[in-house]
Ligand binder design. Structure first.
Ligand code: AVJ
Length: 311
């Protein structure tokens, strides 16, 4: 007799991915509590240059970036989380309003309170919403010129056409007069990229494998982490890091009334992290109603912070 199971949306989404010909898990499932801690550790690894390089650029170029931002500005940050990175720009830009958006209500509230306390002149107006919903700006802030701050090369997680869709939505949000400050990781030699996603301490492997622990919780499943292996490679043709979990043996799992089978060596895709050239960033901009006004790079040209002006 088959048991009737009613599934929630997350469970359906994950099962769909695990039943596909090319299995996949959405990268958002990296970030449970442990995953966020592990990502924090990744950002401190010697091999993982993006976070520290972006900080260096933001700190040293804050005044130049500020030249592009009107007075009386409102800055929106999608997926703001800890609201730490905006602090590199706050003194230089001196915006009137900061609107951090995130899915996690408590975390966002804490971060917003910290900012309000440290920057008494700043109006902090957090928005709790799902990534897929449009961000609503309270109408009292309508007279401010609007800007989006999107650091961390999070844009690299999108497929390029989805990145354009996202940027078009941001263009809607900021209107004719605003812009976006966008952190983008750059295309570079294979070795540097490979090392950044295959660190010696194995933190990136733990981070990738933790996805299985996370979906075990959501599905009530029992995928064994030691039966999978972290795999990250740079596809230089497509200019992207591809991350997978590789099944080390053939296995079958009964999960919520479904049978999931893995072949030995089968890959579950977990992330794309696209790397761009400056020309590529200009192309993203022009396809989404912006023009690339300026790019700031570190001396080794590892990472970029870009100002995209509404066009
Ligand atoms: C936060 C998506 C930019 O792609 O480099 C780090 C996530 N994945 N190591 C990235 C990540 C593996 C990171 N992003």
């Amino acid at each position: 007799m088959s048991k009737q199971v009613s599934l929630n949306q997350e469970q359906v989404e994950i099962l769909t991915g695990l039943k596909a010909d090319q299995k996949f898990i959405n990268p958002k499932y990296f970030y449970n509590h442990r995953g966020s801690k592990l990502f924090e550790k990744i950002t401190q690894l010697d091999e993982y240059y993006p976070t520290r390089t972006e900080r260096l650029i933001l700190e040293s170029c804050a005044n130049d970036i500020a030249q592009y931002i009107d007075k009386q500005s409102l800055i929106i940050e999608p997926g703001a989380g800890s609201c730490k990175k905006i602090e590199y720009l706050l003194e230089a830009i001196h915006p009137s309003v900061y609107v951090p958006q995130d899915v996690s209500a408590e975390f966002l509230k804490q971060s917003a309170e910290r900012l309000s306390k440290d920057y008494p002149w700043l109006t902090v107006s957090p928005v709790v919403s799902d990534f897929s919903e449009p961000i609503n700006i309270p109408s009292e802030f309508e007279r401010h010129t609007k800007y989006v701050f999107y650091p961390g090369s999070t844009i690299g997680n999108f497929e390029p056409e989805d990145a354009v869709t996202f940027l078009r939505q941001m263009r809607q949000l900021v209107g004719e007069t605003g812009g976006i400050v966008l952190g983008v990781d750059l295309h570079k030699d294979n070795e540097t990229l490979h090392a950044a996603y295959n660190d010696k301490k194995g933190i990136t492997a733990e981070f990738n494998l933790n996805t299985l622990a996370h979906i075990n919780d959501i599905l009530g499943a029992s995928f064994k982490l030691d039966e999978f292996e972290h795999l990250a490679l740079y596809n230089s043709q497509q200019q992207r890091i591809e991350m997978y979990l590789k099944s080390l043996k053939a296995a079958r799992y009964e999960v919520l009334g479904e049978t999931l089978s893995f072949e030995k060596g089968e890959l579950i895709h977990t992330e794309h992290s696209y790397k761009y050239t400056i020309d590529g960033i200009a192309e993203l901009a022009s396809k989404s109603g912006f023009k690339l006004a300026h790019s700031w790079l570190d001396g080794d040209e590892l990472f970029s912070v870009n100002y995209l002006q509404a066009d």
